[in-house]
Design a protein around this ligand. Structure first.
Ligand SMILES: Cc1ncc(COP(=O)(O)O)c(C=O)c1O
Length: 392
């Protein structure tokens, strides 16, 4: 396994001169080569024209699919560029023709937007949402998941890493159960892509959604959807444009047969090209090395927080990732965020809407402070963070 050259990666992250960035689960600091790629692309659009630039940079735009496929051990023919993880996920989820009596299985720590989509579809179609309980570690209970599967279950859909904490759900074990019972499996890998090694064969998922701006360190307004080959033609996208479908005559259209049926024609081209570069950047460092460093920095931070009077660390899960959440016995989450921001530390507050069911079950509706480390953070930054936090 490669050693991470933290000094080089920090030197290539101009934002590190400016802030201690502990908001990588919100949006990471893009590395200089990715930011420069984006600026150069936009400059070409300014100077040469948008359509002309897309022609000139055709190979870069196509490279995105190759890079995203490598990241997931998939094929470029299984990747669609979509502007964020939510829309990518929606394009798969809303393609399922649920009907009354069908069941969708999900987890307690499911992402808020996904939950809204389940509830909307349940209301429209009469399908039923079933939330699989957690086990004693706070992750999806695999035995209960399997026990709930019967002929009514038409989809298993879970978040790999939820937005509101350090939990890593056992996504590959869920995939084995889904395969054993022949149930399609949609995985929200928004927080895990770029943070963990992902392999769709090991995960056993049929569809997977990703965002660009978080652990992949790509531009905002980018993301993608993976759809396993045998599922592409079975899923009719909820929206179609002239890129996704073709008008034959005044009454007939045909939907394209490949995975780009899930895409929009008009999109953030510069972002697509730069996301390809961001994925290459992560792959060059190595996802296993990234995961080791991120998880280990987060463990250090958790231990320091646990040693801090008045702080309660809130992360669940047998395996814990780079997201570290906590509460203060005296200070509101927003007060902590504001005070730390003044001292040059970026972080965020998970206010409960992102993982509503989990926060309700745990009585956390006041929210949690969410810090999230990346490989370019250092022990020294974490020490300084804890020092300032203790002084509040
Ligand atoms: C688990 C999870 N899923 C989905 C999303 C939504 O991603 P996007 O904002 O790119 O749509 C987030 C964002 O925080 C998330 O944490």
């Amino acid at each position: 396994m490669t050693e991470i050259d933290v000094a080089r990666l920090r030197a290539e992250t101009r934002g590190c001169e400016n802030v201690v960035h502990l908001n990588n689960a919100g949006a990471s600091l893009p590395p200089a080569p990715i930011a420069d790629h984006l600026y150069a692309y936009l400059r070409d659009e300014e100077m040469k024209g948008g359509y002309e630039t897309a022609d000139l940079r055709h190979d870069e735009l196509e490279h995105f699919y190759v890079a995203a496929a490598r990241l997931l051990n998939a094929s470029p023919e299984e990747i669609a560029f979509v502007e964020n993880a939510t829309r990518a996920w929606d394009m798969a989820f809303y393609a399922f023709p649920f009907k009354s009596g069908d069941r969708i299985l999900t987890t307690v720590a499911e992402y808020g937007s996904n939950l809204i989509a389940y509830l909307q579809q349940a209301r429209k179609t009469g399908a039923e949402l079933v939330v699989v309980p957690n086990d004693e570690h706070g992750q999806i209970d695999l035995e209960q998941l399997e026990a709930l599967i019967d002929e009514r279950v038409k989809l298993i859909s879970i978040s790999h890493i939820p937005t509101g904490g350090g939990l890593v759900n056992p996504a590959a074990a869920v995939g084995r159960i889904a395969r054993k019972h022949g149930v399609p499996y949609l995985l929200d890998a928004c927080q895990s892509a770029g943070q963990m090694r992902l392999d769709v064969e090991e995960l056993g998922c049929d569809m997977l959604s990703v965002t660009g701006r978080k652990y992949l360190r790509g531009p905002r307004g980018t993301g993608f959807l993976y759809v396993r080959k045998n599922w592409i033609e079975k899923l009719e996208p909820p929206f179609l444009d002239q890129h996704a479908a073709e008008l034959i005559d005044s009454e007939t259209f045909i939907i394209r047969r490949d995975v780009r049926r899930f895409e929009n024609w008009e999109r953030f081209f510069a972002g697509q090209a730069a996301l390809g570069t961001a994925i290459d950047y992560a792959m060059d460092i190595g996802l296993e090395a990234i995961q080791d460093r991120v998880f280990s920095l987060a463990a250090t931070l958790r231990a320091g927080l646990a040693d801090t009077p008045g702080i309660r660390v809130a992360d669940e899960g047998l395996v814990k990732c780079g997201l570290v959440t906590f509460q203060h016995d005296r200070l509101e989450c927003e007060e902590i965020k504001a005070a730390m921001s003044q001292k040059g530390f970026n972080m965020s507050v998970s206010n409960g809407s992102g993982t509503k069911l989990s926060f309700m079950a745990r009585g956390l509706e006041a929210g949690l402070v969410r810090t999230s480390v990346h490989y370019f953070n250092t022990d020294d930054e974490l020490e300084r963070f804890l020092g300032v936090l203790r002084s509040l």
